[in-house]
Ligand binder design. Structure first.
Ligand code: SF4
Length: 333
């Protein structure tokens, strides 16, 4: 999977590093001072992720847990996110990572102990319930059999009932999820099958994801769903209606903990990369405009119509309206 593994000297003896190296059994390992001396030093074309992908094992420094922007999750409680990896093995053609980093190489930060200490401090200070989100710059589960950090976060959740954790994924790699917990939410990003085939390259097909959702739901895990990004196409309304019907056969929609709805959107940097990397994508036939905030997306009436159309379909399944929210709509992200 990885051509070469770079390991920062300061964490080369960290138990997490040893676990990962054991799992990968890759002899091409180089010890380095800092991943920042290599990663993004020169631009590495995004599509080299297909056949020339390196892995960096590193220590996350700086602010380890950050407050999220508004409209990130269900309103009413504080939301925070932490970063335990950069980049992803999948290739969604709209992915913002292609314009965010100058390299598709994967970074796994191994100091989960430091991240969890920070989560603990924030939780101790908070009088109310609060949310933590994983997977902002990567997929939280796709490589979890290699990164093997999940147990540490589950332990934190067992000891901190008021803290909730969202694990966000498009993968079906759910082996690390051993026991359901009241404060653990597994959220899946889903689209109708045509959209997954067309845009979510290298990700598991819809039917496989639905089976994984069903299995977790039957075991008692709490499930969230992100209908994001929605990309318009000719039979959009019917396709979403049919897709929700199929979803409802695998998990009753009114038993889903929350559903977010968002439309496709790009910063200029990401849009330039999408044109470069996926010139054949049907995304280029969409009527997108650049707004005053620099975001490239549908015009406002179109965005509202798309999101409200899907929201109405979702609400037909008698899910509580407060569990359905529109994602990042008021932000310049
Ligand atoms: S799964 Fe998420 S992070 Fe990975 S390529 Fe797709 S959009 Fe990007």
């Amino acid at each position: 999977m990885f051509k070469k593994i770079f390991v920062e000297k300061s964490i080369s003896q960290h138990p997490q590093t040893k676990k990962i190296l054991n799992k990968l059994n890759n002899k091409n390992v180089q010890i380095i001072d800092s991943y920042q001396d290599y990663f993004e030093k020169v631009k590495k074309p995004y599509l080299q992720k297909r056949n020339n992908l390196n892995l960096f094992l590193a220590k996350k420094k700086g602010k380890l847990v950050k407050e999220t922007p508004n409209a990130y999750g269900l309103s009413g409680e504080k939301h925070f996110y932490f970063i335990h990896a950069y980049n992803c093995i999948y290739e969604c053609d709209y992915c913002y990572l292609q314009g965010y980093f100058n390299s598709p190489d994967i970074i796994m930060f191994v100091n989960h102990d430091d991240i969890i200490k920070e989560m603990q401090k924030i939780t101790d200070k908070s009088e109310d319930g609060l949310w933590f989100h994983a997977g902002e710059f990567s997929d939280s589960l796709a490589l979890s059999h290699i990164s093997q950090e999940m147990d540490q976060y589950l332990e934190f959740l067992r000891n901190n009932k008021k803290a909730k954790l969202e694990i966000r994924t498009k993968s079906v790699n759910t082996k690390a999820l051993t026991t359901p917990l009241d404060n653990l939410y597994i959220s899946f990003s889903l689209s109708p099958e045509w959209a997954i085939k067309e845009h979510d390259l290298k990700t598991p097909p819809l039917t496989t994801r639905l089976k994984a959702i069903n299995k977790l739901y039957e075991k008692g895990f709490k499930i969230g769903i992100h209908l994001d990004p929605i990309i318009y196409e000719e039979n959009f309304k019917d396709n979403y209606a049919n897709f929700l019907k199929e979803l409802n056969q695998h998990i009753p929609i009114n038993r889903i903990e929350y559903i977010s709805i968002g439309v496709v959107r790009f910063t200029s940097d990401v849009w330039r990369e999408v044109k470069n990397n996926y010139p054949q994508s049907s995304i280029h036939q969409q009527e997108l405009i650049k707004g005053e905030n620099g975001l490239i997306r549908y015009n406002k009436p179109m965005r509202n119509w798309i999101m409200n159309t899907v929201k109405e379909e979702v609400l037909n399944y008698k899910i509580e309206p407060k569990k359905v929210y529109l994602c990042m709509e008021d932000l310049s992200l």
